[in-house]
Design a protein around this ligand. Structure first.
Ligand SMILES: NC(=O)c1ccc[n+]([C@@H]2O[C@H](COP(=O)([O-])OP(=O)(O)OC[C@H]3O[C@@H](n4cnc5c(N)ncnc54)[C@H](O)[C@@H]3O)[C@@H](O)[C@H]2O)c1
Length: 256
């Protein structure tokens, strides 16, 4: 899809990858970029910054209706807001935190799809960009909830991709490894496995995302090695589990 003249919503749009995506969409000629977050400070200049807590179904639905009313349609919905809770040990699990992270990292993507698909299908065109993570295909061994919810986000994106393609809707799953954002700064301050293959800038990730959307690729891998790692995981799964065990042993004490 070409972004020129499109109406785009980006959740988590006031920080990190979301803010860079919003800026890149505006530079590519979007008609409007609605940058949605828990704050407006940090949204890109020229965007329509709005408050919305994506963990609340009613808030996402109201946002979609308000944006459709203001701009006439939504061409692209980027479900990008996300949270990372460190911790590998299920013995210390707080399931209220699991539920919160599930709502933001997974359920919000489904709620957004439910709200925008009728309009997209009526026009025979639309795009869902769902930010998952390389952790959704591989693992972040020091962040159990993150790995689990990001796997679910990938599965949801896959299912949306094959269910709505015949109605003109395209879906991409953005799956980076480490990117220089407040999320990763906080998590990896003492070191983390996610940064071992390099930490990309948000601008690099945004450019790769727009290129992937233009090509209507399902997986967008700003770190090219992720596709190779995924293939190796499938081909030699026991070996992959061994590599994850080694990584976790190395980092477990930093993220107990
Ligand atoms: N930074 C990385 O290394 C990395 C790697 C892979 C995937 N990701 C994913 O990229 C996405 C963006 O993360 P980022 O790295 O830019 O982090 P970030 O912390 O800079 O941005 C995340 C934004 O989401 C917002 N947010 C959180 N909960 C929200 C809620 N309930 N409602 C609305 N907004 C909410 C936050 O306020 C924040 O502005 C996330 O889904 C993250 O999991 C990040």
């Amino acid at each position: 899809m070409e972004i020129k003249d499109k109406v785009v919503i980006v959740t988590g749009g006031a920080s990190g990858i979301g803010a860079a995506l919003g800026k890149a969409f505006l530079e590519a000629g979007a008609k409007a970029v609605v940058a949605v977050d828990l704050k407006t400070d940090g949204a890109p200049a020229g965007s329509d910054a709005r408050l919305c807590d994506v963990s609340r179904e009613a808030a996402i639905t109201a946002l979609v209706r308000a944006v459709e009313e203001r701009y006439g349609r939504i061409d692209v919905f980027c479900s990008n807001a996300g949270v990372l809770t460190p911790g590998w040990d299920v013995r210390t699990a707080d399931f209220a935190v699991w539920e919160r992270d599930w709502k933001i990292n997974v359920l919000a993507h489904a709620v957004a799809a439910k709200a925008v698909l009728p309009g997209m299908m009526a026009r025979g065109e639309g795009y869902l960009l769902n930010t998952a993570s390389a952790a959704g295909l591989l693992a972040t061994p020091e962040a159990l909830i993150y790995t689990v919810t990001k796997h679910a986000a990938v599965a949801l994106a896959e299912q949306l991709a094959f269910s709505y393609k015949r109605f003109g809707v395209r879906v991409s799953a953005l799956c980076p490894m480490a990117v220089a954002t407040p999320m990763v700064d906080q998590f990896a301050a003492d070191g983390a496995s996610a940064g071992l293959d390099g930490v990309l800038s948000v601008e690099t990730v945004a450019a790769a995302t727009l290129a992937g959307m233009r090509a209507e690729q399902f997986f967008i891998f700003p770190h090219a090695m992720v596709g190779d790692y995924f293939a190796k995981k499938a081909a030699r799964h026991d070996k992959w589990l061994g590599a994850m065990e080694a990584l976790q042993t190395r980092y477990a004490d930093l993220h107990p």
